[in-house]
Design a protein around this ligand. Structure first.
Ligand code: KG4
Ligand code: ZN
Length: 358
């Protein structure tokens, strides 16, 4: 049986991850290793990721993590067919570390270098665990991205909605910072929310009534800032704000997902169950998960949440996207330059900050 093995490198944000994924001729896929080292300790005092420190931390451990990934996979460099690395979107310093390392390995081993779009990694990661057919709907909610895309098939992606300002994880992190909870904010807000009153505070719901799949979260953060102003931040206050904030987010996601399902059905002329994949760090939130899953009773849809390790940034999703590209002969020149901005849908316009009208 012929095996394809690809090494995947992820360094676009604050996780250094290297993985080996294997695909055999019968189509079965195995994650042989997926080593993830978080830089939480490097950034926690700053309440967010510091790009320069992130790049340095990636460069300090990438070689060790690679050796570990090979060791755990029980293979040698010579068993690899290609080296894939995230080449964007993300923080430029980290992308340079990952891609230069990948290009050097590929060149020394005389095997292809594959530049992977991080969002393609997230979009396909569910296929490492579940057999779901194309097309499916992707809701990506992480610290850097918030978008709905129709995953029509490999390499054909259509973005149908995105955030006009903050990413959802960013909104969680900024709110947590205002409440002095620490970083990353998402899990801490989720924890506080379990003890709070979700009806206590009202937050704005921008774009809620607009019949599109776009989001805006910066107003929410400003509203939290106003409520925090001149207030003593007691545990009760933290819990009530967290619960109310989380409930508001869940309501926005639910409403926008309903619209996204309608858009999906129209775009793909779908009449059967819509498979919806929810990926990115925020997909770890249990309250949001259950709220979304409640839609299954009303609408003909089914939710898939990749397991936590595949939901957040990881090398396995990059290695897997690399395998799909390798099989189609889609490799890249060593002159490929990392792209801090790189939409998955080539036709998607840049929506943050300055809006380009079309
Ligand atoms: O996908 P991810 O690990 O990294 C990227 O940003 O690409 O996502 C990290 C984000 C952070 O903003 C973090 O606060 C958020 O995901 N997050 C959560 C939860 N766990 C992580 N947000 C809400 N609830 C959670 N349980
Ligand atoms: Zn990500």
């Amino acid at each position: 049986m012929k095996l394809i093995r690809v090494l995947g490198i992820e360094t676009s944000c604050d996780e250094t991850s290297v993985s080996v994924v294997e695909k055999s001729t019968d189509g079965s896929i195995k994650i042989l290793s997926n080593i993830v080292r978080s830089q939480l300790n490097v950034h926690k005092d700053f309440g967010g990721v510091v790009p320069e420190l992130a790049a340095r931390a990636h460069s300090e451990i990438i070689d060790k993590i690679t050796s570990l990934a090979l060791k755990e996979a029980k293979i040698k460099f010579s068993d690899l067919n290609a080296i894939a690395a995230t080449a964007g979107p993300g923080l430029l310093g980290g992308l340079i570390v990952g891609t230069v390392f990948a290009k050097t390995l590929a060149s020394a081993l005389k095997i292809p270098f594959i530049a992977v779009n991080h969002l393609e990694g997230h979009a396909l990661s569910v296929l490492l665990e579940h057999k779901i057919a194309f097309p499916y709907l992707l809701l990506l909610v992480s610290g850097g991205h918030t978008e709905f895309s129709i995953i029509k098939k490999f390499n054909r992606y259509k973005r149908i909605g995105t955030t006009l300002d903050d990413a959802l994880g960013e909104a969680f992190d900024k709110t947590a910072r205002l409440l002095n909870l620490g970083y990353p904010g998402g899990p801490l807000i989720e924890k506080c929310a379990t003890k709070g009153n979700q009806e206590k505070y009202k937050f704005p719901m921008p774009l809620f009534y607009e019949k599109n799949c776009d989001f805006s979260f910066s107003g929410l953060k400003s509203s939290v800032a106003q409520k925090v102003l001149n207030k003593k931040i007691t545990d009760k206050f933290k819990n009530d704000i967290s619960a109310s904030f989380q409930r508001t987010i869940a309501a926005i996601l639910l409403k926008k997902t309903q619209t996204a399902i309608e858009t999906f059905n129209k775009e793909t002329k779908n009449k059967i169950t819509v498979n919806i994949v929810v990926a990115g760090g925020v997909a770890a939130n249990q309250f949001i998960r259950s709220s979304l899953e409640s839609l299954e009773e009303e609408v003909n849809c089914k939710f898939y949440f990749p397991s936590l390790k595949l939901c957040t940034d990881n090398g396995a999703m990059i290695a897997y996207a690399g395998i799909e590209r390798y099989e189609r002969g889609l490799s890249n020149n060593l002159s490929f330059r990392p792209r801090p901005r790189w939409p998955l849908d080539k036709k998607a316009i840049f929506m943050k900050g300055k809006r380009i009208s079309v």
